[in-house]
Design a protein around this ligand. Sequence first.
Ligand code: KIV
Ligand code: NA
Length: 265
Amino acid sequence: YKVVTTKSLIDMKANGEKISMLTAYDYTMAKIVDSAGVDVILVGDSASNVMAGHETTLPITLDQMIYHASCVVRGAKRALVVVDLPFGTYQSDSKKALNSAIRVMKESGAHALKLEGGSEIKDGIKKILGAGIPVMGHLGLTPQSIYKFGTYTVRAKEDAEAEKLIEDAKMLERIGCFGIVLEKIPAKLAERVAKEVNIPIIGIGAGGGVDGQVLVLHDMVGMNNEFSPKFLRRYLNLYDDMSKAIGQYVDDVKTQDFPNSSEQY
Ligand code: KIV
Ligand code: NA
């Protein structure tokens, strides 16, 4: 796939090719992620935590998401760029949802949106889809509802919540979503959903029986050393490496080792 579209992702699922997805929030990171071959870049509202230092994803605004998304779009040449609609910009009514969706698409140049929730936000999703904007669902642990859950532990371990999740996934497929993120649910349940719908299921903490995986970039490169859930694989320890490098720079400045004669004009 020279350029990844929502259609490419559905083809990948049909052909059994797993989909790779990572977050990015700025131009430079998006450029690295894109040229390394990641299929989907998510401008996640995890920017609220990772970029802004908030405890939850709730405070980030639509304008801030648009800023992050526009930076990522400039760095991405191949990947599909999906943007989270933030808390409070789509839940109240479907007209508001559509207005928020149109703003992100127009002002950032992104390719698709992601919204958290199932039946509760069905009308909003339908309205956005009706405007020709591709939508990805997000079920399971939906962090914008953290104060409803009260904890970031695994969701849908009980039958009632699992049944609703399956129903919601089927509904999202039926109304025309191009994919669904399943966050932190039992692997068996995620695998069942991936089998029962034809649109791609992208998991985070949802096991290997799904159609693709997503992680938060800053977590997987180890820039954040305070967050170690079981599902996270760390490929680098950038927190440690950068701390060492920066400490060395401080030393070099203090001891006047930097700059040396070849590092000046
Ligand atoms: O905001 C985010 O980073 C996400 C992923 C964890 C799926 O929604
Ligand atoms: Na998110």
